[in-house]
Design a protein around this ligand. Sequence first.
Ligand SMILES: NC(=O)c1ccc[n+]([C@@H]2O[C@H](COP(=O)([O-])OP(=O)(O)OC[C@H]3O[C@@H](n4cnc5c(N)ncnc54)[C@H](OP(=O)(O)O)[C@@H]3O)[C@@H](O)[C@H]2O)c1
Length: 334
Amino acid sequence: MYLAREDRYGSMPYRRSGRSGIRLPALSLGLWHNFGGVDTLTNSRAVLLRAFDLGITHFDLANNYGPPPGSAESTFGQVLASDLRVYRDELIISTKAGYDMWPGPYGEWGSRKYLLASLDQSLRRMKLDYVDLFYSHRPDPETPLEETMSALDHAVRSGKALYAGISNYDPAQTQRAIEILRELGTPCLIHQVQYSMFNRKPEQGLFAVLNHEQVGCIAFSPLAQGLLTDRYLKGLPADSRAARSVFLKPEQITPQVLEKVRSLGEIAKQRGQTLAQMAVAWALRIPVMTSIIIGASRIEQLEQNIGALNNLAFSTGELGAIDQILAAPATAHA
Ligand SMILES: NC(=O)c1ccc[n+]([C@@H]2O[C@H](COP(=O)([O-])OP(=O)(O)OC[C@H]3O[C@@H](n4cnc5c(N)ncnc54)[C@H](OP(=O)(O)O)[C@@H]3O)[C@@H](O)[C@H]2O)c1
């Protein structure tokens, strides 16, 4: 029987999400890959429980995570039932709806019909009465933003979610979504956005909106799906994401990318870190950043990445050197 470690809250920092009552662990764990029906339950369970023992209280899911879609929520539901149920009040469990989930016109995007049906399905798969956080996974260019936001508001008012969030919205859409949610009386808890040394787009306006509105931010793919680690320095491992998943393609691992990875690795070494650890620390340097969501295919990666917390500070010189490497020409980033 699993018993959580008593010292689990000893070293993880918890940061407040905007102007809300919620603090999230500096590192959260995402279940996009490695927790699906194609993966081994024993390993998925071991990673989840190790994460909780290390102070990770936030687990990030979506309706479509797997593969197959839905299976990551089923896996999480199984581990909840077998091990984590008694710790439910110590957990922030999020899920999302937005991408293609079921056939027909009501199985994706941002209608009230889709979002609320999807949330019910997610709750059934995880065997939960409520999730802590429910996201609109992506903006829908055709559905009025008012409809999508009012569906999030309804999810919260019905007690099936405690908080509402948005993901992948651009700065103008974010501004408007925050305003609508505020008017409805269900403030936006957090924005989930891709951010890493290989994708700095949120620096062009999104962080400013969130900072101004005092809404939290949580970054996904801080390691650029594994590129910002030593994973691909000696070729393409058969068990790696680039070899197994359609979301990271071997063609993305160009000599130019590897050259940058090596140069960044040198800076990390001088900081006494691995590149993965420096990438985590680098994303956490943004003041509005509440948490970053890492992925891990094994316990060792999780443990290594959490080690980033031992050195979160960057000198101006280090930041400048990193900028220079990233700005070098001939990029073919993920
Ligand atoms: N809102 C959205 O639209 C959206 C989109 C994408 C992701 N997300 C969320 O963000 C979470 C994280 O995304 P992500 O998995 O792409 O994050 P990531 O942390 O950038 O990449 C994780 C992958 O990198 C490799 N890795 C991790 N630590 C390593 C280490 N120390 N050394 C070597 N390789 C390492 C592993 O891949 P291997 O399999 O190769 O070992 C691992 O699965 C997702 O699970 C999901 O919850 C949200």
